[in-house]
Design a protein around this ligand. Structure first.
Ligand code: PGA
Length: 273
């Protein structure tokens, strides 16, 4: 698909802070980000900015965003598949929704690697997030091994199919996909704009064949993996890439704000929104 991004696909630049920043550092970061964006007349109607801090910072971020009406959304990095009960250390989707979370990252490759998060668990997380009225950001992407075997595209598209297979049109249109080749995460090796587009386009096409056309037109597909202000412009120009999931570069206010500004400028140039 591609070509014209419908108005409902507002680009999203999301910062995945991973296990960085305590709540005081988070507060300082959010305040500085808000000043930086205000100084550059950033237009949040053209590009949404979202921050995914650790659980311990969510309440501080919520208070700041609500008190100062900041043009930012925020979310969590994972969620429990159960609603409540004897699950020591877990956090439910309802708890996150009550904190004003808009998004929850689901199935990040680091979670898949360090925690027992298999496909079934990831489907359950997606359902839990949707049931609580939030949007899952479903992370998929091939490792170096699948790339070496030449099955990268089938692998990443297959991961999307595995999760969306039993979901309704409405549920699927509320999901965001982050195409994050595992070999590109935190390595400084970014996918080429062409290969990122090829994967995003194949994912959208796959959704189009399984769901209503309006679903594939609405689903936002982000690219993630060593995104910086140096490579963001070429990536955002790709018709099926609707923004970024940024790890390392989201820990530096100026760098993160630049990636958001590059995305916003691109939308402005196209006259979208
Ligand atoms: P990176 O991480 O930008 O540091 O490569 C991206 C991610 O893990 O979401």
């Amino acid at each position: 698909m591609g070509g014209t991004m419908p108005p409902e696909r507002l680009p999203l630049v999301a910062g995945n802070w991973k296990m960085n920043f305590d709540h005081l550092e988070a507060t300082y970061f959010i305040q500085k980000l808000a000043w930086t964006l205000r100084d550059s007349h950033f237009d949040s109607h053209r590009c949404e900015i979202s921050i995914m801090p650790s659980f311990t910072s969510l309440r501080s971020v919520q208070v700041l965003v609500e008190a100062d009406h900041l043009p930012l959304s925020y979310g969590a990095q994972s969620v429990s598949v159960t609603t409540q009960g004897a699950f020591t250390g877990d956090v439910s989707a309802d708890m996150l929704a009550r904190l004003g979370c808009e998004y929850v990252i689901v199935g990040h490759s680091e979670r898949r690697k360090y925690h027992p998060e298999d496909d079934a668990n990831i489907v359950d997380q997606v359902r839990a997030v949707l049931a609580a009225g939030m949007h899952p950001i479903l992370c998929v992407g091939e490792s170096f091994e699948e790339r070496r075997q030449g099955i990268a595209l089938d692998f990443a598209v297959g991961q999307v199919t595995d999760v969306t297979r039993d979901l309704s049109d409405e549920q699927t249109s509320n999901i965001l996909i982050a195409y994050e080749p595992v070999w590109a995460i935190g390595t400084g090796m970014v996918a080429t704009p062409e290969s990122a587009q090829e994967a995003a386009g194949a994912m959208r096409e796959n959704i189009r064949s399984a769901f209503d056309d309006s679903v594939s037109a609405a689903v936002r597909i982000l690219y993630g993996g060593s995104v910086t202000s140096r490579n963001a412009a070429q990536l955002i120009e790709q018709p099926d890439i609707d923004g970024f999931l940024v790890g390392g570069a989201s820990l530096d206010v100026d760098e993160f704000a630049s990636i958001a500004r590059i995305t916003e400028k691109f939308v402005r140039r196209l006259g979208r929104h």
